[in-house]
Design a protein around this ligand. Structure first.
Ligand code: RHJ
Length: 130
């Protein structure tokens, strides 16, 4: 009902605010756009579900997320994909993994600091009802 749409509108505003902060952080520039599969032809053979911050913003706007948990699942994909595709001990891979870990830790810290657990509980009830 209308109250549910009010809740989901507030969820989208919160998720946009979090995602935009991440996208503005220079450490996370490599995560802002999809990996260019013309530049990296084997990427899709290694990474089964590519994800990036611009895709997360699009998913917010098309109402793909009904809970913060679903949003965090996608941001965690960005982190896991980066570790999976860049596992080696060379400085480039290490820098990507360091930044991926910072992305994951930063988003979880923002959520812990700014999300009311009762709000997420209401979102979960809406998700279970659909
Ligand atoms: O995994 C990624 C992105 C970094 C986080 C997401 N890429 C795979 C390629 C390997 C490495 C160096 C460049 O070849 C560049 O194309 C990529 C992009 O970085």
């Amino acid at each position: 009902e209308e109250q549910e749409e009010d809740t989901l509108r507030e969820l989208r505003l919160f998720l946009r605010s979090v995602t935009e902060r991440l996208a503005l952080d220079r450490r996370f520039k490599a995560f802002t756009k999809p990996v260019d599969i013309e530049e990296v032809p084997d990427y899709c053979t290694v990474v089964k579900q590519p994800m990036d911050l611009s895709t997360v913003l699009t998913k917010i706007d098309v109402h793909s997320y009904v809970t913060v948990k679903e949003f965090l699942h996608d941001v965690d994909l960005i982190w896991k994909n980066a570790l999976e595709y860049n596992p080696d001990s060379n400085p480039t891979d290490r820098q990507i993994r360091h930044r991926a870990c910072a992305l994951k830790d930063t988003v979880h810290s923002i959520i812990r600091d700014e999300l009311d657990e009762d709000f997420e509980k209401i979102c979960q009830k809406i998700r279970e009802s659909r």
